[in-house]
Design a protein around this ligand. Sequence first.
Ligand code: SF4
Length: 316
Amino acid sequence: MSSIIYKPRKESMKLIKKGKPNDIKIGILMPIPYNAAINSLFFQTAYEYINDLEGVIAYRYVYNIRDDVLEALDAEININNLDAILISMSFELDYIYVARILDKINLLHRHKGFKKPILVAGGIAVTANPLPLADIVDVVVIGEVDEILRDMIYVVGDNEPLKYLETFNCVSISPFKDKAKRCFVKDLNRALHAVKQFFPLNEEPVYGYGIRVEVSRGCPYLCAFCMEGHIQYPFRYRDMEIVWKIIEKGLESYMSKRVIFYSLAFFSIPYIDRFLNKLIEHSIEASIPSLRVDQVTKERLNVIKKLGQKTINASS
Ligand code: SF4
């Protein structure tokens, strides 16, 4: 079997952008299967945001772990013709998958050097420890990409992208010896968020149908063992009005009235109880993320039940 196949899905909200021959071509690669990848707000947001940029076109790729094959979702183009591939890695295990994928398509940094496509990795695991990727990818982003994504995309379209990439504070170039500073969005209201979220019509996504909504980043508890809480420090949340706008806009084009919330510390958001009642008033169902046991109350359990959730995940 070929190491890369074109496998478009029957999707709603798929963006059809024809593009021009000279457009900057960006791949977005998730080293996980399609059904899991569509839950990633990076995947959703980068696809929408990059395709909205003038003179740029984005192509999505997912990894079918079982068949060990990379699946192109948007077009049957030569992956070597891309200007850059953005690779999102949340877990250390993803490093192995990414190494395997890039080796199979002959794009490992160790062999191709800094030739295009420029391989840009980011995510929680990458921010915590980029060093194992030194022979695998060209560039890593330390922290959150929101505020540099636009400039980074136009820079990789240049003939000498590295010259410019090394000027970004939170970008590090292989072998990642320089001290990059972690980027993070101070005001989460200004962070990127997908509203036109694509979803498959004939295979139910993990977590089910519904728009994915990031309400907060970071966690105020900062448990010593928890990497995510520290990597995403400090705890920030979007204003209630902004979250409501994302939901209204997102549900306009979605086939079900359901919201899947992403948050490390959902009930630490001051307005969240009021907000959940507002969803009930509007007959919107919701999926609530993992809860801290000390924040579970009888009233909240009743609200969660009314929102249509059947099971909860709680930890101390
Ligand atoms: S409460 Fe949970 S998410 Fe927050 S720091 Fe502790 S383990 Fe991490």
